[in-house]
Write a protein that binds this ligand. Structure first.
Ligand code: AMP
Length: 506
């Protein structure tokens, strides 16, 4: 066995007949089936010349075949590059140009767009739809199921995941086989995962949460995945009687709490509810405990680091805290300016070091260097404090990130687009409380003199430019942006001013 993540997760799976993934339509694949399917995909990739360090970009809907493609990419030694399916062609083009993938797999509906991009940036295009059908599936059908997984070392690249940049430019976080396997194997232990577990999987698989946490952990434990195309509260509730684990963003839990069917009885078979990707309100934690008797286990992580901290499986799960650092992961809180460690209880920059921390940003050595301390700690950009019991509390986001429905949105990118619209003088984008999404993307816009541009015109202009989840839910016109003495826009003032804008709307 080498350090290839595939081997670490699935060595010997080819003779394991236990069920691995059950689909929405009830069809099931065993571990042996998944090993064989990934073998066919890997043989196809290898035949097209894909091998160590080539990038395979995948902008496809969730399907079992997409999981097989992810595993196949690992098996060939190539680098998996999942892309959010909501990205517009303009956004997608940036990623393709930056990462230079050898193969681009997309939904058939986007084939023309991706072919146009590939014609300029290079790369072969194949299709894969949400049923797992497409030119790629057709092409792999005749390839053999057996494939000798290519040996990889811990430091070799396994995946690149793009994070939106605060300065507008997205950065590709390079994750190694060692990063991903250490994190998955640690979580299997920490969350007491076993082959008896059945995971409700309703997350997307282009993000660290749905792919590296939900899939890798469940595969490593040889447990079962119930694959749902998208979040559906009533379907999830109906499935709980034969499931044991749910992993979700806080919005999942808020939505499930709205159902009259959520109670102790409907959740009696479940042993673990995990939340992450955005802050879980202490209020949601308490309401869940009251209705179901279960304490949600909140954990904290990010694209660049995988999971960093988790509330304990046994022991107090503290509402409003993300728990203790995972084994082998070091967390410290420092003065954001000087980097000097701060005493327990003081709020500062959260920094992380460990086998989970990424290898740097693709093609951005300067950005990478700027985000690491000389002693190897990664500066997360999140502000928080450690308490006397070693629990970490996140208090804010130094990077001004908005998290809406569990997805990150960086204001700068939206402001740049709004500012380019004729009739706009300047803008500032903030996240304000939204009952359904956690935070709603909200734009404050100053019109140019004499301009009569309105909310509709701004939203229309953004619709082809930005993925839907990034588009503001409201645009508010103001006479000027509040600024401090240094000329910096005071976003806290805007957040306060718009604090109630969504109350009663959701
Ligand atoms: P991403 O890279 O998309 O996974 O986003 C990572 C960011 O999400 C982190 O830097 C945090 O700001 C935020 N985040 C993730 N989990 C939590 C959590 N449990 N509580 C608060 N913020 C979180």
């Amino acid at each position: 066995m080498t350090s290839n993540l595939y081997d670490r997760l699935l060595a010997g799976a080819e003779s394991d007949q236990s069920i691995c993934i059950e689909k929405d339509d009830g069809a099931a694949l065993s571990y042996a089936d998944l090993a064989a399917l990934s073998g066919r995909f890997a043989n196809f990739l290898a035949r097209t010349g894909i091998g160590p360090n080539h990038r395979v970009a995948v902008k496809a809907e969730k399907s079992v075949e997409a999981v097989a493609l992810y595993l196949a990419t690992l098996r060939t030694g190539a680098v998996y590059l999942p892309l959010n399916t909501a990205y517009t062609p303009t956004e997608t083009e940036y990623f393709i140009r930056d990462a230079q993938p050898t193969l681009i797999v997309c939904d058939p509906r986007e084939e023309a767009d991706l072919r146009a991009i590939a014609a300029k940036a290079g790369g072969r295009v194949e299709t894969l739809d949400h049923h797992g059908k497409g030119s790629l599936t057709d092409a792999v059908a005749d390839f053999p199921a057996r494939f000798d997984t290519v040996a990889r070392a811990n430091d070799d690249l396994a995946a690149i995941l793009y994070t939106s940049g605060t300065t507008g430019r997205s950065k590709g976080a390079m994750l190694t086989h060692g990063n991903l396997s250490s994190n998955a194997l640690t979580l299997v232990e920490e969350w007491r995962y076993s082959s008896k577990d059945v995971l409700i999987h309703a997350l997307p698989i282009y993000h660290v949460h749905g792919l590296f946490v939900a899939c890798n952990v469940t595969l490593a434990a040889r447990a079962r995945i119930l694959f749902m195309q998208k979040f559906d509260a009533e379907r999830i509730l109906a499935t709980m009687a034969r499931s044991t684990v749910l992993m979700g963003v806080p919005t999942f839990y808020v939505r499930l709490l709205e159902s009259a069917n959520l109670n102790e009885r409907s959740t009696a078979n479940m042993r673990l509810f995990v939340a992450g990707s955005a802050p879980l309100l202490a209020e949601t934690h308490r309401a869940w405990k009251e209705r179901t008797g279960h304490a949600i286990l909140e954990r904290y992580g990010m694209t660049e680091t995988g999971m960093i901290a988790s509330n304990p499986y046994e022991g107090p799960r503290i509402a409003g805290s993300v728990g203790r650092p995972l084994p082998a992961v070091e967390v410290r809180v420092t003065d954001p300016e000087t980097g000097a460690p701060l005493p327990v209880g003081d709020v500062g920059m959260i920094e992380v070091k460990g086998p989970n921390v990424f290898a740097g940003y693709w093609n951005m050595p300067d950005k990478t260097a700027a985000e690491f301390r000389p002693d190897g700690f990664f500066i997360t950009g999140d502000l928080g404090k450690l308490d006397a019991n070693g629990y970490l509390h996140i208090v804010g986001r130094g990077k001004d990130l908005i998290i809406t429905g569990g997805v990150n949105v960086y204001p700068k990118e939206i402001e740049t687009e709004i500012d380019a619209i004729p009739g706009v003088s300047e803008s500032a984008v903030v996240g304000v409380p939204h009952a359904d999404f956690g935070e709603g993307v909200t734009a404050a816009v100053v019109r140019s003199p004499g301009s009569s541009v309105d909310e509709r015109a701004i939203l229309a202009a953004l619709s082809g430019r930005l993925a839907r989840f990034k588009q503001p839910k409201r645009v508010v016109f103001v006479d000027g942006l509040p600024r401090n003495a240094m000329g910096k826009v005071q976003k806290n003032v805007l957040r306060e001013r718009f604090a109630d804008i969504y109350s009663g709307r959701a």
